[in-house]
Design a protein around this ligand. Sequence first.
Ligand code: SAH
Ligand code: SF4
Ligand code: F3S
Length: 467
Amino acid sequence: MSFRDKQLTEKEKAGILRAAEAVKQINGGKRQRVFVRTFGCQQNEADSEKILGMAVNMGYVPTEDADIADLIVINTCAVREHAEKKALSVIGQYKHCKRRKPELVIAVCGCMVSQLHRTDELKNKYPYVDFTFGTSDIHLFPQLLEERLKGGKRSFTLPPDEPAVAENIPIHRLSSYRAWVSIMYGCNNFCSYCIVPYVRGRERSRCPEEVIKEVRGLVEAGYKEITLLGQNVNSYGRDCSFDCNFSELLRRLDKIDGEWILRFMTSHPKDASFELIDVIAGSKHIAHQFHLPAQSGSDPVLKKMNRVYTREKYMEIMNYIKAKMPDCVITTDIIVGFPGETDEDFEKTLDLLSSVRYDMVFSFIYSPRKGTPAASMEQVPEEVKGVRMKKLLDLQTEIASELSAPYGGRRLRVLCCGRSQTDEGMLEGRTEGNKTVLFEGDASLEGRFVDVEVTQAGAFVLRGKLI
Ligand code: SAH
Ligand code: SF4
Ligand code: F3S
């Protein structure tokens, strides 16, 4: 399939515009409110901003109160069982809203609803859900809403075989200084534990001109931190004929003038190149921060996970990052208790943590996902997973405290992100490496770069004072 074939056709685009107008007409100028609840990763957060953008375009006003909403959209995640259970329980809570207000429309989207067994469940056990749509069908939202408002049947669409890349969907950004920019959708990797390729489809890259236009527009509008999103940004452009790989895209974006920071996530170690690291090291705007999910430190486990790299290859990249950018903040994802993981395998993961010395580790207990190869492999008992998880967290806390200690007394430039959610009264800032710094100050600093001197360097949070 060529790149052109992946774009929405003119007819499809016209259909969306027509549906948006039709929804406005049906609502007849009456003030309508939309509430969007988001689960899952940054990709879902970015998708929710598009859903809000389309809703605003159709005349809806965003609200944070589900009780007064006329339209509720629940954007779900399926990466672990807990995420699905949480979404289902929240959907259940909106039943009473519909009882009080029968004209309320409830839509469910995101990764969970791209699985047949889940759409069946919603269809049969959640009669107050009006329609669902998958991550590849976000642009169909106005049409699905129009159909339902016109009295059409409840609808439960499964993802298309060859999803398109929809440009120019309006985006209602929730921040005026930090923005997400999706550069590609889907994943081709099929790690044996992961549901994402099944629910988000194959990789589709946006064309570089569109990405550059969007980022330039954001910088010009005063955005200070822009994060490029994709399940595996390192394979950007491989599915298309345009002559621009991820390193080249970064090179072009780095030329955009202004006071801003560029981040990206996530990288797959199998595709992380020395070229990419060189580009970051020599850039003006790209943060010296690398999130490189290792998942395990044991080769037999990596093989069963279908990760396609060895520990040696992983360490080669890590060592190159450290050599080129000694100040680089390095983080990873680890799965604990993958099927067949022995004590020896797990020790190798602990050993990887000690060798790399990550600033932060996002660790997850393995959760079997229906339809993935690992779900039918021999499982590790839950108690064993729990014991291993605790060991890993203890080790990582020790490493993180040691790495944090030298930050004491340092002066750091941070982007002020407003009031802290965890420590009331304090402002929260993010360093270039994306570390959290808490400090006292006026809320009007939100969205600005400020200088802070670190007075207390904890394992997970730095505290400081404004200079
Ligand atoms: N595309 C990204 C990750 C997406 S999912 C990447 O490849 O890095 C985010 C993280 O969730 C993964 O890195 C993995 O550590 C974890 N994860 C995915 N599936 C999981 C499962 N079935 N059980 C537990 N953790 C899982
Ligand atoms: Fe899942 Fe692997 Fe794709 Fe990441 S790269 S989304 S872990 S299949
Ligand atoms: Fe969840 Fe889908 Fe993201 S499964 S982690 S919301 S890609």
